[in-house]
Ligand binder design. Structure first.
Ligand code: MN
Ligand code: MN
Length: 318
């Protein structure tokens, strides 16, 4: 952790009205690069990998917009991330919105550059395609990672409309490329209609633990997370959080909603349950704000990203 007497702090609501000023994530300082940072927020405004409703390109901007309400201290867990870490918003990755393959290349390069600095990236998506280039960059630094993957979908399709790189295929490609430690992967919140009763089998055969949403209904997920921490152990872990893992009642602003999903309370239990894991990166993807006039989906996403920051290694509690 960098030792800086003046750590960047979110701009307080008594210094500037919350609805005013530039909307960086949590009203943190904007930085050009990850140099000197322990963790950073950055956006990947890509949605040309989506199969149904588009609009996740607006996710990063709207998550930042709703994040203006966030205060720096976690009242529930006592985490004080800005006491411990240097954190800033380093802006967006300049994807090529006319070319998915080129965008994937651009994202991998951006994360490879970012990871030269010992900085943990917390990504505002963007559709789930972005997990693949991010995992490619993370692999170069950390080797195969475990993954806590929250999603209605396994995202392990072999292809969509014949295309190998889409928002429904990143974890299939990641396994094939050796980017993951498959026995250290858990997928939570799976549900919805399928093409075949065995749609989830490929993921199971790789050694993933699959937790369907109906196994989560009506219960706390804290006991599950005790098991997940045991499963994932001490190696590096990536958190990939598709907002459609939650029920559309909580997160309707997304492209492929499925009914019967997790609650926002269960989302908090999952992320807080990652405390103690060696989390080396995280994303929050598939927020498509245009389908949620209330702003709730982006507000929820902003809060979940803050919770991810709060469980990073080295964050002290007050
Ligand atoms: Mn997904
Ligand atoms: Mn999904």
């Amino acid at each position: 952790m960098s030792d800086s007497p003046e750590r960047p702090q979110p701009l307080g609501g008594n210094q500037m009205p919350r609805f005013a000023g530039p909307a960086t994530m949590m009203r943190l300082p904007a930085r050009e690069s990850a140099a000197g940072l322990d963790a950073c927020f950055l956006g990947v405004p890509l949605d040309i990998g989506t199969s149904n409703r588009p609009g996740a390109r607006y996710g990063p901007r709207e998550i930042r917009n709703e994040s203006v309400l966030l205060r720096p201290y976690n009242m529930a867990t006592r985490s004080a991330p800005f006491d411990s870490l240097n954190v800033a918003d380093i802006g967006d990755v300049p994807i090529n919105t006319f070319n998915l393959a080129d965008s994937v290349r651009i994202i991998e390069e951006a994360y490879t550059d970012l990871l030269i600095h010992d900085c943990v990236p917390l990504t505002l998506g963007g559709d789930h395609t972005i997990a693949l280039p991010i995992l490619r960059a993370i692999y170069q630094k950390h080797g195969p990672v475990g993954v806590v993957h929250v999603d209605a979908h396994t995202d392990t399709s072999d292809a969509m409309f014949g295309e190998p790189v889409t928002h429904g295929t990143p974890f299939r490609r990641a396994v094939e490329e050796g980017l993951l430690a498959p026995e250290r992967v858990v997928q939570i919140g799976l549900r919805g209609t399928g093409y075949d009763p065995n749609d989830f089998e490929w993921a199971r055969e790789q050694g993933f633990r699959l937790v369907p949403a109906d196994e989560c209904w009506h219960r706390s997920l804290s006991p599950l997370m005790d098991e997940v921490r045991e499963q994932l152990g001490s190696g590096p872990v990536y958190i990939s959080f598709d907002i459609d893992g939650l029920d559309p009642a909580y997160a309707g602003g997304t492209g492929t909603p499925e009914i019967g999903g997790l609650t926002s309370i269960q989302a908090l239990e999952i992320i807080r349950g990652c405390q103690g894991l060696d989390v080396v990166g995280a994303d929050l993807v598939e927020v498509a704000p245009v389908y949620d006039a209330s702003g709730n989906t982006a507000l929820l996403a902003a809060n979940l990203l803050f919770e991810m920051l709060c469980i990073l290694p080295g964050v002290k509690k007050r």
